[in-house]
Design a protein around this ligand. Structure first.
Ligand SMILES: [Zn+2]
Length: 122
C-alpha cells in the first residue's frame, strides 16, 4: 500500500486572484500535501500569483519512486504494487539516482491554478 493520495485544494483563481477554485495538487502524501500548501500560500501571500505555481516536494528514495510513477508515468496507486513495466522502473530508478542527495530527492512540483467561473478565461 502507498501513502500517496490524489489531493485537490481550494486555491485562488489565477486571473482575479480572489475567488477560490478546486485545484489539482497531484499525488502526494499527507505530509507533502501540507508542505506544498504552505509553500503555495506563501507564494500567493507575496502576490506572485501566476497560472503555474512551482513548489518543492521532498521525497525519500522509496517515496520518490511512487511520486514519479503516480505523477509522471500515469500509474494508479493500485498498479504500483506489481504492474509497473520494467522500462518504467528503469527510467524511474535512473532519475532518482541522479537526484538523490543525503537520502532524499527534491522534485519541482507544478500546481496549475484554475480560473473561476466569474472570470471564465480560456
Ligand atoms: Zn477569477
Amino acid at each position: 500500500m502507498t501513502d500517496f493520495q490524489y489531493y485537490f485544494h481550494q486555491l485562488p483563481c489565477f486571473n482575479c486572484k480572489k475567488t477560490t477554485v478546486s485545484t489539482d495538487l497531484g499525488w502526494l502524501t499527507e505530509a507533502m500535501k501540507d508542505d506544498v500548501l504552505a509553500q503555495a500560500s506563501a507564494i500567493i501571500e507575496q502576490g506572485n500569483v501566476e497560472a503555474d505555481l512551482w513548489v518543492k516536494v521532498t521525497c525519500t528514495e522509496a517515496q520518490a519512486r511512487e511520486y514519479l510513477l503516480l505523477n509522471f508515468f500515469g500509474y494508479s496507486d493500485a498498479e504500483l504494487a506489481g504492474q509497473v513495466e520494467a522500462d518504467d522502473e528503469k527510467e524511474v530508478a535512473e532519475e532518482i539516482a541522479g537526484l538523490l542527495a543525503d537520502g532524499v530527492a527534491v522534485f519541482e512540483h507544478e500546481i496549475a491554478l484554475q480560473s473561476c467561473t466569474g472570470c471564465d478565461v480560456n
